[in-house]
Design a protein. Structure first.
Length: 463
C-alpha cells in the first residue's frame, strides 16, 4: 500500500463527522488538493489541483463555512489509529500554542500578538491567529533503539484573546473584560482541551491508560496545577522558573501545613544536601545520552499548586561544542514540575525531551504545508481550514510510518548532497513522494474533474 491509497482508505473514517456523503467527498478532495498542491496552500490552488477551475467554486468554501462539522471529530480516528497501530500503553501528549500570521485586518478572530522570533531587547507585534495544539508522542525508539520519536497532532483549536474595550469604555465594560479575560486565557483553554481529550479517551476504551501532558513554562501556573488531575488519571509535566518558592510539608509543627524551610529550584541544583545527583539514559538526537538530574518530592508550591503535592526535577547543564576541537559551552539547566509522584524520573525526563517534536510539527505545518495561507474570512472557516490541513499532516505522518517504517528507504527521492546524513523522512519527503505516486498512478479524487498529473500541478500553481 502506498501513501495515496492509505490516505483515501482512512479518510473514509470521517463519515461520522460530516452530515452528508457529498460534504465528506468534497472535504476529502479539497484537503488532498491543499496537501499536495504546489505553491501557496489556498483553496483556489486546491480547486486548480482538482481541475475544477471552470466550475462554480462556492461549494468548496461552503464545506468549511456552512457544513456543521467540528474540528475535534476529524482527529478522533487519527488518535484511535495511532494508539492501536503502535500499541501504546502510556499516552504522552505535548501541548503548545503557536501563531499563524495573517494580513487581512477584517479576518475573524485576528489580533495583535507578540512575535516570539523577535529580538529579546525589543517586543515585535504581528497580526494573526493564535492556535493551541496537542500532539501524541510515538516512542519509536522503544522498538528498535535507534529511531527518534514521532509526534502526531491530535488537536488544533483556535485560542483567541479577548479584545480589550476602547478608551471610552465605562467601568462595567472594563470589569466584564477582566472577568472574560480570566475565564478564557491560554491556561484555561489548556485545561479545557486536556479535560476534553481525557473524556474522549474514557469514551473510547482508553480509560485505564495514564495520560501525561507535557508543556512549556507558560502552563506552569496556579490555573493548571490547582486542577485535580489525579482523579482524572492525568499527569502534568511543565517547565518552571528557577526562583519559585517551594517547601516540604510541616511535620510536628502543630496545625501548620507548609514547612518553615523554603527553597527554590536553583537552590536544589546548587546544594547537594537537598537532593543527590543521579544519572539516566535518555534517547535524544538519534541516540541514547547520559543525563544528570535531581529528583525531589513530594514538595509544595504554595503560590501555585497550594496544598496539592508536586515533584521537582532538575536537569544539569549539558555541554556542547560548536566545532570538533572548539571550546566547550554549556546550556542552561532545566527545572521541571510534575503532578506525578510515582513514575520513575527517567521516564518523565524522556517525556520532556520528546516534547521537542511539537516544535517540529509547528515548523512543518507553517513552512511546508502552509497552515494559515488559505484566504478565508468566515468565522467558521478560519478555524476549520487550518484544523483540516493539520489533520491531513497527521494522516501523512501515520501513512509514512505504516507503509515504509520510521527510517528512510529507497522509496523516497534521493537527498541532496548536504543532507545525506538524514536518517528519517521529513514532511517534505512525504509530500514529494505522495505527489509522485498520485501522478504515476492516476487516481481521480471524488469531486475532481480529472486525475492530477505533474503538468496539472504546475499549471495550477502558475495560474
Amino acid at each position: 500500500m502506498n501513501l495515496a491509497n492509505f490516505l483515501l482508505k482512512h479518510l473514509a473514517c470521517w463519515t461520522e463527522v460530516f452530515p452528508q456523503q457529498r460534504s465528506l467527498q468534497r472535504a476529502i478532495t479539497v484537503a488532498v488538493g491543499i496537501l499536495c498542491g504546489v505553491g501557496k496552500r489556498t483553496i483556489t490552488r486546491s480547486i486548480g489541483f482538482q481541475g475544477n477551475t471552470q466550475k462554480d467554486w462556492s461549494a468548496d468554501y461552503k464545506v468549511f463555512s456552512r457544513s456543521p462539522w467540528e474540528s475535534q471529530g476529524i482527529f478522533a480516528p487519527i488518535l484511535a489509529h495511532a494508539i492501536a497501530e503502535h500499541d501504546l500503553e502510556r499516552l504522552v501528549f505535548s501541548t503548545d500554542d503557536t501563531r499563524v500570521w495573517r494580513t487581512g485586518k477584517h479576518v475573524a478572530q485576528t489580533q495583535w500578538h507578540r512575535d516570539p522570533m523577535g529580538p529579546p531587547f525589543h517586543t515585535n507585534l504581528r497580526w494573526g491567529h493564535r492556535f493551541l495544539q496537542t500532539s501524541l508522542v510515538l516512542p519509536l525508539y522503544a522498538k528498535d533503539g535507534q529511531s527518534s520519536s514521532r509526534t502526531i497532532p491530535v488537536r488544533f483549536e483556535l485560542a483567541p484573546v479577548i479584545k480589550k474595550p476602547g478608551r471610552k469604555a465605562d467601568a462595567d465594560q472594563l470589569q466584564e473584560y477582566r472577568r472574560q479575560k480570566k475565564q478564557t486565557n491560554l491556561s484555561v483553554q489548556f485545561v479545557r482541551m486536556t479535560r476534553a481529550l481525557r473524556e474522549h479517551l474514557n469514551g473510547s476504551a482508553q480509560a485505564s491508560k495514564t495520560m501525561v501532558v507535557v508543556g512549556d513554562g507558560s502552563f506552569c501556573n496556579r490555573t493548571v496545577f490547582q486542577e485535580d488531575w489525579a482523579q482524572q488519571n492525568v499527569s502534568i509535566l511543565a517547565r518552571c522558573r528557577k526562583d519559585i518558592v517551594l517547601c516540604k510539608a510541616a511535620r510536628g509543627q502543630g496545625r501548620r501545613f507548609y514547612g518553615k524551610t523554603k527553597f527554590t529550584p536553583q537552590m536544589v541544583r546548587a546544594r547537594e544536601s537537598l537532593a543527590p545527583w543521579q544519572s539516566a539514559q535518555i534517547f535524544h538526537g538519534g541516540c541514547y545520552r547520559d543525563v544528570r538530574f535531581k529528583d525531589l518530592g513530594p514538595v509544595h508550591w504554595q503560590g501555585g499548586a497550594r496544598k496539592k503535592p508536586v515533584r521537582l526535577l532538575v536537569v544539569a547543564s549539558v555541554g556542547y561544542r560548536t566545532s570538533k576541537n572548539g571550546r566547550q559551552y554549556y546550556r542552561q539547566p532545566v527545572y521541571l514540575l510534575t503532578t506525578d509522584l510515582t513514575t520513575p524520573a527517567a521516564l518523565l525526563l524522556q517525556d520532556y525531551f520528546d516534547r521537542w517534536g511539537i516544535e517540529v510539527n509547528h515548523r512543518d505545518e507553517k513552512e511546508i504545508l502552509g497552515v494559515g495561507q488559505a484566504q478565508v474570512w468566515n468565522e467558521h472557516s478560519v478555524k476549520k481550514v487550518p484544523a483540516m490541513l493539520v489533520a491531513m499532516y497527521s494522516w501523512l505522518l501515520l501513512a509514512g510510518l505504516h507503509c515504509y517504517g520510521p527510517t528512510r528507504t529507497e522509496d523516497y527521492e534521493a537527498l541532496p548532497k548536504w543532507r545525506r546524513g538524514a536518517k528519517r523522512p521529513s514532511c517534505l519527503d512525504l509530500v514529494t513522494l505522495l505527489r509522485k505516486q498520485m501522478s504515476e498512478n492516476p487516481m481521480k479524487l471524488p469531486t475532481a474533474r480529472a486525475a492530477p498529473t505533474y503538468e496539472s500541478m504546475v499549471s495550477a500553481a502558475a495560474a
